[in-house]
Design a protein around this ligand. Structure first.
Ligand SMILES: N[C@@H](CCC(=O)N[C@@H](CS)C(=O)NCC(=O)O)C(=O)O
Length: 251
């Protein structure tokens, strides 16, 4: 089978979602492990919003992790990424959307950005009071909602699927900002996140992701290769100076 090309660092929750879905399907891939801020104008030709991930296969170029994962589900046989019942499929898409918008707005663009991206990419001082406010005020309503949505045991629709991965992927990034849901207050959310992040296909990615988190931008491609990530021959990374894109929310 011809490998698909995935553009984007495995540290991104949206790239993680795509790579886990490809692994579940057994589809081979090559990765250009870039951070979108360090790309040039050539990247805009494949990603109009200058966002990762991008998936390329033959003359197909797709952006947006949900669009990509639904394509993977329809184009490749094997492990289903969405349930088959129409109502369940719609529900899975809603939870995926909730993760990619609302959870990401707080866990990624507020918490993870404040704790890691703002200091390392944009050279800003970490705002400890802002971090406390995010944890004390912004995150709890999200966890209250998820506590009523997620299953107590097992995954959302039987086998591990796109919606499970989308939700847990955001918590993986929150973990790098030293946040985990309090299991005494939100036992269902805490158990669910732990269950998805302990799935062998997800665990298999963890060492590489942790290594990338500790590596300066200029060395990330080399380190990804050393950790066994199959790399593309060329890269869209053009600079070590960050440049915001049209969707960049914090800088
Ligand atoms: N809804 C998009 C979100 C993708 C996204 O926000 N990716 C981030 C990386 S985690 C990015 O490329 N950010 C660059 C920027 O904000 O300019 C998806 O699901 O693929």
């Amino acid at each position: 089978m011809e490998p698909v090309t995935v553009i984007g660092t495995p540290v991104s929750p949206f790239v993680r979602k795509v790579l886990v879905c490809l692994d579940l399907k057994g589809v081979p891939y090559k990765v250009d492990p870039i951070v979108a801020f360090f790309t040039g104008y050539a990247f805009e030709e494949v990603s109009p919003l200058r966002l990762i991930p991008v998936l390329m296969l033959g003359d197909i170029t797709l952006t947006d992790s949900s669009v990509i994962c639904e394509y993977i589900d329809e184009a490749f046989p094997g492990h289903p990424l969405l349930p088959s019942d129409p109502a369940d499929r719609a529900h899975a898409r809603w939870l995926d959307e909730y993760a990619d918008t609302r959870l990401a707005a707080v866990l990624l663009w507020k918490l993870f950005n404040e704790a890691t991206v703002n200091p390392s990419v944009w050279g800003q001082k970490r705002d400890v009071r802002a971090l406390k406010r995010i944890v004390d005020e912004d995150i709890p309503p999200l966890l209250d909602y998820l506590e009523g949505q997620l299953p107590k045991d097992d995954f959302l629709f039987g086998e591990l699927g796109m919606a499970d991965i989308s939700i847990a992927a955001q918590f993986r990034n929150a973990g790098w900002a030293r946040f985990a849901p309090d299991a005494t207050r939100w036992p269902i959310v805490a158990g669910f996140v732990e269950r998805v992040l302990s799935h062998p296909v997800v665990v298999a990615r963890a060492l590489l992701e942790d290594a990338m988190m500790k590596t300066p931008i200029a060395d990330q491609r080399r380190v990804a290769g050393e950790h066994g990530l199959p790399l593309t021959e060329t890269t869209f990374m053009e600079s070590t100076t960050a440049r915001p894109g049209p969707m960049t929310t914090r800088r």
